[in-house]
Design a protein around this ligand. Sequence first.
Ligand code: NAD
Length: 249
Amino acid sequence: MRLKNKAALVTGAASGMGASIARVFASEGASLVLTDVLASEGEAVATSIRTEGGEALFVHQDVTREADWQRAIAAVLERYGRLDIVVNNAGISGGLPDRLDVAAFDRLMAVNARGTFLGMKYAIECMQDAGGGSIVNVSSISGIVGQDFVHMGYNGAKGAIRTMTKSAAVQFGPAGIRVNSVHPGIMPPMRTSQTSADPAIRARVLAGVPLRRAGRVEEVACAVLFLASDEASYITGAELVVDGGLIAV
Ligand SMILES: NC(=O)c1ccc[n+]([C@@H]2O[C@H](COP(=O)([O-])OP(=O)(O)OC[C@H]3O[C@@H](n4cnc5c(N)ncnc54)[C@H](O)[C@@H]3O)[C@@H](O)[C@H]2O)c1
């Protein structure tokens, strides 16, 4: 039980990697608050974790709204009396047909970059008072390299997550707070994927992946688990790429 006695908040936990992170955390003994804008899907993930004997509560949250962050953190403290881990995973896809759309740029920055900043702000304020904690931010290989089928606002937002992670690690390390980022590669398409869900584009990109396949959500969840846990107690400001070797080429 690598997360026994730890209370964790996971955003975007209604589907995909967030749901997998929640399940893996629960299996390692964490007490969870799951958040998402998708209420019924999020409730279903929390219910299935409880059915399997885990501890999970769903809270509706839009990560772009400060009031929602205050409510979500308050729910963790009320239910568990502590906050040890925050995973900023919620996000929207940059796999959009119009790669120069301005409204898309604004949305990508609002959800993916600002949402993660707010998550760190409210986590840090709470963890500082408690003497420490661990934050894991889900970026992407798109935060490190460019791709021809991705809106540059997605790269910009995921790049912002990568460098904000390092800033937060430097600024709040003395308070005992570790902050790291995880960078998935080609995974199952996001709910909001368009071009990045196109089978022809996926086949072309996957041909360049040294492990010759897409990643599985639990493979990212295990990387997040490691960084969140005390096994990574001397790791902060680090970026962990989970991409089958794609950007090592
Ligand atoms: N799927 C991929 O290929 C891939 C690759 C690299 C990185 N990522 C990143 O991994 C993370 C998880 O993506 P996924 O693949 O599980 O996609 P997904 O679409 O299945 O999950 C994203 C979740 O975030 C939620 N969400 C969206 N906007 C929100 C908001 N404003 N407030 C709260 N929740 C919100 C969605 O409802 C959804 O449940 C994202 O940050 C994504 O950018 C995905």
